[in-house]
Design a protein around this ligand. Structure first.
Ligand code: UTP
Length: 408
C-alpha cells in the first residue's frame, strides 16, 4: 500500500493520527507500517460506540445436559465408540494458545507457566500428559494443532521443541497462527505501540478454524480423514482431551458438536451457560445472564441454566467447513493496552484504557444444528488458570492437581 492509499483508508475510518511519527521512521519501518495499515480491518472499530447493540440475544430457553448418572451407565459403550474413532484417526485436538494471559501477568506464553512446587511441571506438560493417557488407552496417536499468535508464536514453538514436546510425537504436532486485531482507546482510535506500529492483540479464539484453513492445515485434516476436532483452552490443566467417552457420547447421540460442562457452583459463577437461543444451541455469557434466567428452575426444581461450559468442545469437521465463511459476532472487551503517550513514550497502564475486538469460539456453537452438553466432574476436570491467586488461579489449580494425584 502506498502512503497516499494509506492516508485515504485512514481518513475513511478517522485514524489519521497513526501516521504522527511517519516522517521519523526508517524506510523499512515505513514499509512495515503501511503494510500493517493495509492488513488491518478498520471497519469493525466504530462498533465500540454501540457495544450494547452487539450483545443482544434471541429468546433463551433451557437445553438439557447429559448428566453423570447417564454417562456412568453408558460409559463402556461410549468409550468403545470413542476409542474406535481415535484408532481410526478420525479425531484431532486443537489447543487454543493464542491468548495474552494478561490476568496471569507473565511475559511468557501461558503454557510455559510452571505450576510445579518441588519439580518443574509446566502447563503445556500437564496438557500433554493428559493427551498421552488417551494415546496409551487407544494405542494410537492423534494429531494436535496448536494455535499461537504473533505475540507468542516463537516462544511457544521453541519452548515445546526444547522440551521434546514433553513426549508427544513431533510429527503429530502442527502449529498455526491466529489473526490479530487493532486495539483502540474508548473512542475507537487505534493506539500505537511503537512509532511505526499499530497496537494489536490476538482477535479472540473464535477464528481458530479460519486460521487453520489459511495455514493450509485443512488439507491435512482432510487427507488424514479427521472427522472431529476437540478444541480446548490452554489454561485448564486437569481437562481430559479427546476423552473417548465424550467422543463416543457425541457420536452416539448424533450431535454435530459436544460441549463439556460442569454444574455451576453458584448461580452467579463466572462461566457461560449452555442453552437454546431461538431454538438453536447457544451459550449465554455470565454477564449476559439476567436474574430471571439465573433463578429459573426446571421440572426437578434444579436451576434451568445449571451447566457451565469449560471451553472444551468437540466439533464435527463437515459442519465446520459449512460455517467457515460465516461471520461471528464481535465482542468488544475493555482491556489494559500498552500505548505511546503524547510524548511518544510507552505506557503500560495499570487499569483498562480501551478496547480489544474479538470473536469467540463459543459463538460457533450457535451456528451448529445440534449440541450435546456433556457433564464432567469439576473436581477432576476443571482447573482453569486465569489469575495468580484466588478464584481460577495457579493456587486453585495446584490444589486440584494434587487432589487428582499429580505430584507437584
Ligand atoms: P481467555 O479468554 O481466558 O484469555 O482465553 P487469556 O488470553 O488466556 O487470558 P486474559 O483474558 O488475557 O487474562 C481462553 C482461551 O482462549 C485462548 C487462550 O489462549 C485460552 O486458551 N485464546 C484467547 C486464543 O487462543 N486467542 C485469543 O485471541 C484469545
Amino acid at each position: 500500500m502506498t502512503l497516499t492509499e494509506a492516508k485515504q483508508k485512514l481518513a475513511k475510518y478517522g485514524q489519521e493520527h497513526v501516521l504522527k511519527y511517519y516522517d521519523e521512521l526508517s524506510d523499512a519501518q515505513k514499509e512495515a507500517l503501511l503494510a500493517q495499515i493495509d492488513a488491518t480491518d478498520m471497519s469493525i472499530l466504530a462498533s465500540c460506540k454501540n457495544r450494547e447493540e452487539l450483545a443482544k440475544k434471541g429468546v433463551i430457553t433451557p437445553l438439557a445436559a447429559m448428566q453423570l448418572p447417564e454417562i456412568e451407565a453408558n460409559k463402556a459403550s461410549f468409550t468403545a465408540t470413542g476409542i474406535e474413532a481415535i484408532k481410526a484417526g478420525k479425531v484431532g485436538a486443537v489447543l487454543l494458545a493464542g491468548g495474552m494471559g494478561t490476568r496471569l501477568g507473565s511475559d511468557n506464553p501461558k503454557g510455559m507457566y510452571n505450576v510445579g512446587i518441588t519439580r518443574d511441571l509446566y502447563i503445556f506438560e500437564c496438557l500433554v500428559n493428559n493427551m498421552l493417557d488417551v494415546v496409551k488407552q487407544a494405542d494410537a496417536w492423534f494429531h494436535l494443532f496448536v494455535m499461537t499468535s504473533d505475540k507468542n508464536h516463537e516462544a511457544t514453538v521453541s519452548f515445546l521443541k526444547e522440551h521434546d514436546y514433553f513426549g508427544y510425537k513431533a510429527e503429530y504436532i502442527h502449529f498455526f497462527m491466529q489473526e490479530m486485531a487493532a486495539a483502540t482507546d474508548y473512542d475507537g482510535k487505534i493506539y500505537l505501540e511503537e512509532k511505526g506500529k499499530l497496537s494489536t492483540s490476538p482477535n479472540g479464539n473464535g477464528g481458530w478454524f479460519v486460521s487453520m484453513q489459511k495455514a493450509g492445515l485443512l488439507d491435512l485434516v482432510k487427507s488424514e480423514g479427521i472427522e472431529w476436532l476437540n478444541v480446548f483452552a490452554v489454561d485448564n490443566v486437569c481437562q481430559r482431551i479427546c476423552d473417548p467417552a465424550f467422543v463416543g457420547a457425541t457420536i452416539q447421540k448424533n450431535c454435530v458438536v459436544g460441549a463439556k460442562v460442569v454444574k455451576k457452583n453458584a448461580p452467579d459463577e463466572k462461566v457461560g451457560v449452555m442453552c437454546l437461543e431461538d431454538g438453536r444451541p447457544s451459550i449465554v455469557e455470565y454477564y449476559e445472564l439476567t436474574d430471571e434466567l439465573m433463578n429459573a428452575k426446571d421440572a426437578n426444581g434444579d436451576p434451568a441454566y445449571y451447566f457451565g461450559v469449560i471451553l472444551n468442545y468437540l466439533f464435527r469437521v463437515p459442519e465446520l467447513i459449512e460455517i467457515v465463511e460465516n461471520s461471528l459476532p464481535l465482542h468488544i472487551v475493555e482491556k489494559k493496552i500498552p500505548y505511546l503517550n503524547e510524548a511518544g513514550e510507552l505506557v503500560k497502564p495499570e487499569s483498562p484504557n480501551g478496547f480489544k475486538f474479538e470473536n469467540l469460539v463459543l459463538d460457533m456453537i450457535h451456528q451448529m444444528s445440534s449440541c450435546l452438553p456433556y457433564e464432567v466432574v469439576r473436581e477432576y476436570e476443571f482447573a482453569p488458570i486465569k489469575n495468580k491467586t484466588g478464584i481460577d488461579s495457579v493456587e486453585s489449580a495446584r490444589a486440584l492437581l494434587q487432589k487428582n494425584g499429580v505430584v507437584l
